[in-house]
Design a protein around this ligand. Structure first.
Ligand SMILES: C[S@@+](CC[C@H](N)C(=O)[O-])C[C@H]1O[C@@H](n2cnc3c(N)ncnc32)[C@H](O)[C@@H]1O
Length: 270
């Protein structure tokens, strides 16, 4: 595996105007409103703290369902052998591993994530799987160090709600996709049925306690819970896809809306 860990971990948006705008802008860190740089630092600290137990906690909190959701993400993304694929916010590499198992040693898979501890686990996982066509890149979604029109597909699993500037991330994803290429996002959403919403909220309230027991780090799992609570609805995320200029956009709910998969395509004429 090519290990091209670069050091472009700052998520500063590209343009001067954006930088100036974002200086005064506030972003959600759970229920708190913080500056862009504070959000980046605090999100990074969360994932540094949880990296070693991240996969175990995912299995425990989701009772294994995240594995099923990720398989559906791969299915919906329509990855083909030979594709050039970016797994954005790729973390500990389980999605990249599924992509690798789907396409084998054809094409090229890149795992991008600003958190070094998470991506190192991902790199090791893919090395252990014997992948020779996977590279890693330490970078944030808001400033992707790739040329325009590079990737056939982007997959993004449970990372989007952690982004600081989600509009900038969409603009970057569109830039680096080939015309006709697609972004498929798996993310926590909001169940529509009130009963399920209430039950799910009660179930999620156990996560910080479980996090404290397994990792000794309650605040990181409180953030996880809060970030789900303040995250966009399915319809709002669909609207963002459209606003960012993607076409053929749709979403499908998973487990009654506990999570959803959204997909959009970069216009051929781009
Ligand atoms: C909940 S984990 C998801 C990891 C993996 N994709 C999965 O589904 O298990 C969220 C990941 O998003 C990454 N992340 C946070 N902010 C980011 C940003 N601005 N750009 C790209 N990735 C980011 C974190 O470092 C973390 O690895």
């Amino acid at each position: 595996m090519k290990d091209d860990l670069s050091s472009s971990s700052n998520a500063e948006p590209n343009s001067k105007e954006n930088k100036e705008e974002n200086c005064s802008e506030e972003f959600s860190f759970g229920f708190e409103k913080v500056s862009a740089s504070t959000k980046q630092k605090r999100v990074n600290t969360v994932f540094t703290n949880v990296a070693n137990e991240y996969d175990l906690m995912n299995d425990l909190m989701s009772l294994g369902t995240h594995r099923l959701f990720k398989r559906m993400l791969i299915e919906v993304s329509g990855i083909n052998p030979g594709d050039q694929i970016l797994d954005l916010a790729g973390g500990t590499g389980d999605v990249a591993d599924l992509i690798y198992r789907t396409v084998g040693n054809t094409g090229q898979i890149t795992i991008a994530d600003p958190n070094l501890q998470m991506i190192e686990i991902g790199r090791d996982r893919l090395l252990d799987a014997g992948a020779c066509n996977v590279s890693t890149c330490v970078c944030a979604a808001e400033a992707l160090p790739f040329r325009a029109n590079t990737f056939d597909k982007i997959t993004l699993s449970f990372g989007f709600r952690n982004f600081t500037d989600q509009y900038q991330a969409f603009s970057e994803m569109r830039r680096i996709l080939q015309p006709g290429g697609s972004v498929t996002i798996l993310e926590f959403t909001k169940p529509k049925a009130q009963l399920l919403k209430n039950l799910y909220a009660q179930y999620r309230s156990l996560w910080p306690k479980l996090g404290a027991f397994i990792t000794g780090d309650k605040p990181s799992y409180t953030y996880l819970n809060d970030s789900i609570e303040v995250h966009l609805s399915q319809e709002a995320l669909l609207e963002m896809f459209r606003d960012a200029g993607f076409v053929n956009c749709f979403y499908t709910d998973l487990l009654g809306g506990v999570a959803a998969i959204h997909k959009g395509t970069k216009p051929i004429s781009d």
